[in-house]
Design a protein around this ligand. Structure first.
Ligand code: S3P
Ligand code: PEP
Length: 408
């Protein structure tokens, strides 16, 4: 489905309730399968979390997780310890291009039985579950933090726990810390010192408790962008959020101050308000928050502000090569972008082309990051339902805050 977003005015004051974090949800769903003593509230209604729920519930020996990176990586570890079960874990065409060797090698070092069904180093995988007897492994930490989180999520089920040594520069660190915090919340002991993470084996004494997933900060980023390019005084209130978040993308609060957006915290809300017009060029390292790179690049383009974004080395192996996709689509709108393997450089734009058709490359974040363009010029978003990967009601929610959306 293709949609046309018409030039529209965001309501001066509006509010949106956003679904639970898909990162927190997919960790907690897996932990609940391992320790069925706790209840979850505000679980994400995203495709990726529904896929995770179904994959954990099925008894089928073929599990297809489509585009869901966290599900692919976390379930590789999960099925490795399901003794006596044989599963082929597969995904979309793109998933078969997203590397998984670092995780597979680490699990094999611990004793897992995993083979590649098609191409060496990539899904699909045939996993024969067994008891893993080793407890020490080193792995590269500069490719994807999801490999590390996957190992940590099963670590307390190994008879001697786990000691992970992280090699190289550690990428996406807040996601690793999120995993450790969630383990701690259900009573599992961990430590993270220098480049070594230790997880103690469980005593099976987890307390029954209810854990509430905070809403998704990456989804909130699109509203930060909308407020940033709106008139002074525009306010959007989002729920349910808290000040001490486990999600690294809560760095949005500091980052968008640069764009004249002030954030205030209510009891379980954040209110974003545009307070200042002048914006200086931006230099930013996003290695701790890769998922908001697209949002920020488009905000800068729409504000006519130059930016140099670094720390983007993981973007090439996500839902699409996000660096190439950003350059292509921003340039269709009239922007000037240079990219390397790990950075993006945008020149200050002076105008914007109308009725450009934005390709989304099976990437939810391409569709959502370019939606704010409509505030400057009418724009077409191709394959718009791609947003369901993380935020299925995105377009409905945009309508409630004043966007005009025509469906074709
Ligand atoms: O652990 C997670 O929930 C995630 C980790 C990040 O991936 P990388 O560590 O591969 O950068 C992030 O981009 C992804 O959307 C979610
Ligand atoms: C990269 C993402 O997801 P995943 O790696 O889990 O597919 C994302 O949601 O931006």
């Amino acid at each position: 489905m293709q949609i046309t977003l018409q030039k529209s005015d965001v309501l001066q004051k509006s509010s949106v309730k956003i679904t639970g974090s898909k990162s927190e949800s997919n960790r907690l769903l897996l932990l609940k399968a391992l320790y069925p003593v706790f209840n979850l509230e505000n679980v994400s209604n995203s495709d990726d979390s529904n896929l995770m729920t179904n994959a954990l519930a099925t008894s089928s020996n073929i599990v297809d997780i489509h585009h869901a990176g966290t599900a692919m990586r976390f379930l590789t570890a999960y099925f490795s310890i399901q003794e006596g079960r044989e599963v082929t874990l597969t995904g979309s065409k793109r998933m078969k291009e997203r590397p998984i060797k670092v995780l597979v090698e680490a699990l094999k070092t611990l004793g897992a039985n995993i083979t590649y069904v098609e191409n060496e180093g990539f899904p699909p995988l045939k996993i024969t579950g067994k008891k893993l007897t080793k407890n020490k492994v080193s792995l590269a930490a500069n490719v994807s933090s999801q490999y590390i989180s996957a190992l940590l999520l099963i670590a307390s089920k190994l008879e001697n726990g786990l000691e992970l040594t992280l090699e190289g520069e550690i990428t996406s660190v807040p996601y690793i810390k999120m995993t450790l915090s969630l383990l701690n919340q259900i009573g599992i002991e961990t430590s993270f010192e220098n480049n070594v993470i230790k997880v103690k084996p469980t005593t099976n004494s987890q307390q029954a408790t209810t854990l509430t997933v905070e809403s998704d900060w990456s989804s909130a980023s699109y509203y930060f962008s909308i407020v940033a390019i709106s008139a002074i005084g525009t306010e959007i209130t989002l729920s349910a959020y808290k000040k001490s978040s486990l999600q690294g993308d809560s760095a949005l609060v500091d980052i968008y101050r640069h764009f004249g957006v002030e954030t205030s915290f209510g009891e379980n809300t954040i209110t974003l308000k545009k307070v200042r017009l002048n914006v200086a060029p931006l230099e930013l390292d996003l290695k701790n928050a890769p998922d908001i790179a697209q949002t920020i690049a488009v905000t800068c383009f729409l504000l006519g502000v130059a930016c140099n974004l670094s720390g983007l080395h993981t973007l090439k192996i996500k839902e699409t090569d996000r660096l190439v996709a950003l350059k292509t689509e921003i340039e269709k709108l009239g922007g000037n972008v240079e990219i390397t393997n790990k950075s993006l450089h945008l020149k200050a734009a002076t105008s914007i082309n109308e009725m450009v058709s934005i390709a989304t490359y099976n990437d939810h974040r391409m569709a959502m990051a370019f939606a704010p363009v409509a505030l400057k010029a009418p724009v077409v978003i191709e394959d718009a339902m791609v947003v369901s990967k993380s935020y299925p009601t995105f377009w409905e929610d945009l309508k409630t805050i004043g966007f005009k959306i025509d469906t074709k």
